[in-house]
Design a protein around this ligand. Structure first.
Ligand SMILES: [Zn+2]
Length: 334
């Protein structure tokens, strides 16, 4: 770490002191806990999660079982409970639910109970699976897709947990939902919404879905930090406005809504797990960095992730979830 002069330390503490006096308590809390999310931890986890040992995390295969064990372990180590039953973090999806010879698989769930409105649930989701090993034997590590979303979700959970431990728990409950079978047809999220919603869908306030947030696409190469947001204004104007406000206030990322256009030919709105929630009239935001040359190839590796961007994007999603979970009234569908 760079050395600071005594003068710099005094000056900076004076500045932070005077600025904190002008901020609301909630703003201070958001900034404090967002800072627990950091590039080093994201990187450390992603280098494990997207290593060859996990064999591309194909649904139902041994590499995917290693992935769920890794995720569960992070929750156990942090003392973040499962909503299913004590120490059982896996929502088992039987082989019969899948097609084309896919074997039984698991979603991984953890949650933090709300302090004031525990029955209202905010979901943050990311898919845990990827596409496995190519026919020529090359491993698809899926560092961006969706190792980036997976480690982001874990860091967000840790940030909320730190807040809760200090008595600053969210008013509403938060479900950290790692879904399986995304690459093969959004199986894990459809199992959750259609077969076994652990919490009633009518009590589910929103789903923030994170799928590929660690890279920079060709359009934004060399530019400032950005994110594509998809779906934010489709069911709730309030969600869209809140998301914009949080960004402007704390992060100022360049939000790109290109893929949110109703007639966008890529149809990304229908292509990741948030769609199973949107279908059920639950407001969603899908966070995405766009595709790149390494998309669904063995070259989607952790050395190509922009960890500084990933850190800020993760903090943004955390702050947005914080606002949804803590604001006085539940966000409205309109
Ligand atoms: Zn994905």
């Amino acid at each position: 770490m760079k050395k600071l002069s005594l003068f710099a330390i005094i000056a900076s503490s004076l500045i932070s002191c005077s600025s904190s006096q002008n901020k609301s308590k909630s703003e201070n809390l958001i900034e404090t806990y967002a800072q627990t999310i950091n590039a080093e931890e994201l990187k450390e986890m992603l280098y494990i999660y997207a290593s060859d040992e996990y064999e591309g995390r194909k649904t139902g295969e041994p590499g995917q079982k290693k992935a769920i064990a890794f995720i569960k372990n992070v929750y156990v180590e942090n003392g973040i409970p499962s909503p299913i039953s004590e120490n059982d973090y896996f929502q088992e999806i039987p082989e019969s639910y899948f097609h084309h010879g896919i074997k039984a698989s698991e979603n991984v769930l953890a949650y933090i109970e709300g302090s004031e409105k525990p029955d209202e649930i905010v979901i943050i989701s990311a898919h845990l699976d990827h596409i496995g090993i190519s026919s020529d034997g090359e491993i698809n590590n899926g560092a961006d897709d969706d190792g980036s979303g997976t480690v982001a979700l874990l860091e967000i959970a840790e940030a909320f947990n730190e807040a809760k431990k200090a008595g600053n728990g969210p008013k509403r409950s938060i479900l950290f939902l790692h879904v399986t079978g995304e690459e093969l047809g959004l199986y894990g999220s459809s199992y959750y919404t259609n077969v076994d919603p652990i919490f009633p869908l009518e009590n589910t306030v929103a789903d923030l879905n994170i799928d590929m947030v660690g890279r920079v696409d060709a359009k934004h190469e060399g530019g400032e930090n950005y994110l594509y947001l998809i779906g934010s204004d489709r069911l709730s104007t309030e969600l869209h406005d809140l998301s914009e406000e949080i960004n402007k206030k704390y992060f100022n990322l360049n939000f790109d809504y290109t893929y949110n256009a109703i007639n966008d030919p890529n149809r990304f709105y229908y292509r990741s797990d948030h769609y199973n929630f949107a279908k059920n009239n639950i407001p969603v935001i899908f966070y995405f960095n766009g595709t790149h040359a390494d998309y669904h190839r063995p070259s989607d590796t952790p050395d190509k992730i922009n960890y500084e961007f990933l850190e800020t994007r993760t903090r943004l999603i955390f702050a947005t979830a914080w606002e949804i979970a803590n604001r006085e009234e539940r966000i409205k569908v309109d």
